[in-house]
Design a protein around this ligand. Structure first.
Ligand SMILES: Nc1ncnc2c1ncn2[C@@H]1O[C@H](COP(=O)(O)OP(=O)(O)OP(=O)(O)O)[C@@H](O)[C@H]1O
Ligand SMILES: [Mg+2]
Length: 214
């Protein structure tokens, strides 16, 4: 089950009279109060191993949008630190977030996109929003034991399980003033994706500064 963020409950009440937009509807209609979800920049957030990459790819595929892997924007120095089991500090993260921000700014000026980026702190998300004010966050949440089990089963990834504790300690859930949805990850990737899409459809349209181009 997904649960709506408090802000989105407000949106839900506000928009309860409107029919959800079909996810495959790629019309350019912008008058509707209901979001056209495939014209959004979606940031899939959450601690390591929650399925950001797995679900992010599926979301992008379902929406017909480009997908970007947040990890790919890390400078080499950050990758080396994480490989050594050293948590990144905020000074390490700003250039990473700015690089992701450039991508989402570009996608926001087009038809949207999906990027997986842990975005654990409010200030990190604010840094991304500075680039694309209409960005929405899909927070994938799950219990420590489940996430650890999934991480242990995964091979060939640079994030050691030991960093999971600091990830949970750092995590700041979405605040009421942030556009986003929260989805529990105990289901299959396909179920999680469907739940995320259903929740995203209920969000209002993002602020628009220019017409999208293909
Ligand atoms: N819903 C799911 N059910 C079962 N296994 C899953 C599910 N989602 C992801 N996995 C598996 O759990 C592992 C972690 O998933 P994934 O790599 O997508 O997480 P992530 O959030 O991108 O991690 P990281 O922060 O390290 O990039 C992978 O092996 C993936 O195949
Ligand atoms: Mg990933």
């Amino acid at each position: 089950m997904f649960h709506l963020h408090p802000l989105n409950k407000y949106y839900l009440m506000r928009f309860s009279g409107a029919a959800p937009t079909d996810v495959n509807d790629d019309s350019d209609e912008q008058d509707s109060e209901v979001t056209v979800v495939n014209q959004r920049v979606i940031v899939v957030m959450g601690v390591a191993g929650t399925g950001k990459t797995t679900v992010g790819r599926l979301l992008a595929e379902a929406l017909g949008l480009p997908y970007a892997e947040g990890d790919a924007f890390h400078p080499a120095a950050n990758v080396a630190k994480m490989s050594a089991g050293t948590p990144l500090d905020d000074a390490d993260r700003w250039p990473w977030l700015d690089a992701i921000g450039e991508w989402i700014r570009d996608r926001a000026g087009h038809r949207g996109g999906v990027v997986a980026a842990s975005s654990l702190k409010y200030v990190y998300r604010d840094r991304l929003r500075a680039c694309a004010p209409g960005a929405v966050f899909v927070h994938l949440t799950g219990g420590r034991a489940l996430i650890e089990e999934r991480m242990a089963a995964r091979t060939g990834h640079f994030m050691p399980t030991a960093l999971l504790d600091s990830q949970f300690a750092t995590l700041e859930p979405l605040r009421p003033d942030e556009a986003g949805v929260v989805v529990d990850v105990s289901g299959t990737p396909e179920e999680i994706t469907e739940q995320a899409l259903a929740a995203l459809r209920l969000l209002p349209a993002p602020p628009r500064t220019e017409e999208p181009s293909p």
